[in-house]
Design a protein around this ligand. Structure first.
Ligand code: AMP
Length: 462
């Protein structure tokens, strides 16, 4: 099938040709005909499958064939995205695909001043791409209404749920007009997501592409068992030993991501972090630097990285394994894009072994177990200190974030002391190292998975 077979308006075909798209991806060839007929759609597809064009192209076609003035302080199409980065990316896709059409697109998300967005939305826009929290802020301030929405898209529904957006979504559902076309996309469709979909969709056509494990099949997947306290040394060695074009390094917590960056910088390796505690400006700068290849290493938490489309990621490094197997699939899906091969390397501490088992069960792929490198003991002994925190980073923090960070630093220094002690003891011939498991547990008690979750909800987690 070719794009020309789909019956899309000429200016859209011209834009696709300019982007050098050959033929539609499976989600596009299944979804576009359905959407052009004005039907509702429920799509099981993850980022990387071409789903943005699947919903953007027929919508642009609708606007090209049905021109109308934009509703004041309103929109004709509303796209909800869980993260700011994905929202900006979607808006950019609309601009690209609609470059030969006349229409307006605005993107609104939190973390930046609201007044500029209020001004921009005053005139209304054909398409608004928004994160749920900021959208409701704008509605509550009576600066925006969604009552004129003709097409509604909920993207990455499962991530929306993970991020605790269920109540905002229910509120938004009530504010939408009855007559509208609905599109609902999710990478997975467990019962709770299906229930959410039912609130938005009206007799939808269901399409499903690329079961999650197919992404995993193109990725060479390895794991190395390593003491949690010694992961930084292993990371430094991995980065030096591997032929990396671009690597995404995943940590479970925001503080963990910052710590990894400071340690890499301490070792003279440039890296940037992206997570929910960073200001929007910092996130944009980090992502741009990574996208344009100025920085080869991006350290990220799951929520910040999901949905980001950066080509040329040769390696995904799981500094910490996710406790949800599907998250592992999302992570490694960042590499091996557009048919390329990718490498996923996981560092597995003792208490992460059950996560590894769950991942292998879900993906039906046995990870290659790679031993620690030969010069590992030496690397642990000579692990350079973490670089000090940069002033600019501290200035942008709220008092709450500062207090949290100070607590994290204190814990971190304690760990470092312990780590040095443990490393020395472990590598002495008569080593009497304490089990790493115990140390790791203690650390997580204060700043681990639970703390991360809490922080995500408090800050909106975007
Ligand atoms: P998405 O899943 O929407 O994030 O798209 C993933 C990537 O695939 C983006 O970089 C798109 O530009 C690209 N893409 C989408 N559709 C096509 C197509 N039909 N042919 C080639 N590339 C595409």
């Amino acid at each position: 099938m070719q794009f020309t077979d789909l019956g899309l308006a000429e200016p859209i075909l011209k834009a696709l040709a300019a982007k050098k798209y050959g033929s539609p991806t499976p989600i596009q060839s299944q979804a576009i005909p359905v959407l052009l007929k004005g039907k509702d759609l429920c799509g099981i597809a993850q980022t990387g499958t071409g789903k943005t064009a699947a919903f953007a192209l027929p919508s642009l076609d609708h606007f090209a064939r049905n021109p109308k003035p934009t509703p004041l302080q309103g929109c004709r199409m509303l796209v909800l995205s869980p993260t700011r980065e994905l929202a900006a990316q979607i808006a950019q896709s609309f601009r690209d695909y609609g470059r030969f059409l006349k229409f307006s697109v605005e993107v609104v998300f939190g973390g930046v001043p609201i007044n500029k967005q209020i001004r921009a939305l005053g005139r209304g826009a054909d398409i608004v791409v928004a994160t749920p929290g900021r959208l409701l802020d704008l509605i509550d301030q009576r600066a925006f209404t969604i009552k004129d929405t003709e097409i509604f898209v909920l993207d990455e529904a499962d991530q929306m749920m993970d991020m605790g957006f269920i109540h905002p979504l229910k509120r938004i559902a009530k504010l939408l007009p009855k007559e509208r076309q609905n599109l609902f996309f999710s990478a997975t469709m467990p019962g709770e997501i299906e229930a959410l979909a039912a609130q938005f969709l009206n007799d939808p056509v269901k399409v499903s592409v690329a079961p999650q494990s197919t992404t995993a099949e193109r990725v060479r997947q390895q794991a190395t068992f390593v003491n949690q306290m010694e992961k930084q040394a292993l990371l430094n060695l991995t980065i030096r030993n591997e032929d990396i074009d671009r690597a995404l390094i995943f940590t479970r917590t925001k503080h963990g991501a910052d710590r990894v960056v400071r340690f890499l910088e301490g070792a003279g390796i440039q890296a940037v972090a992206i997570h929910g505690n960073k200001s929007q400006a910092q996130r944009t700068t980090a992502l741009q630097a990574f996208r344009h290849g100025h920085v080869k290493l991006l350290v990220a938490t799951d929520i910040a990285a999901r949905g980001i489309d950066v080509s040329g990621v040769s390696h995904v490094i799981n500094f910490e394994l996710p406790n949800v197997p599907e998250q592992y699939v999302h992570r490694i899906g960042r590499t091996a894009r557009a048919g390329a091969e990718g490498i996923a390397i996981s560092f597995v501490a003792d208490d992460e072994r059950p996560y590894l088992k769950a991942i292998e069960r879900t993906t039906k792929v046995k990870l290659d177990i790679v031993p620690l490198p030969e010069n590992f003991v030496e690397a642990v002994r000579n692990l350079p200190k973490a670089a000090p925190q940069r002033k600019g980073q501290q200035r942008e923090q709220t008092p709450e974030q500062k207090a949290k960070r100070a607590e994290g630093q204190r814990r971190y220094q304690d760990q470092q002391k312990q780590q040095r002690g443990n490393a020395e003891r472990a590598h002495r011939p008569d080593g009497d190292a304490k089990p790493a498991k115990k140390n790791f547990r203690r650390r997580r008690g204060g700043g681990g998975v639970g703390a991360h979750k809490g922080a995500v909800q408090k800050t909106g987690g975007r």
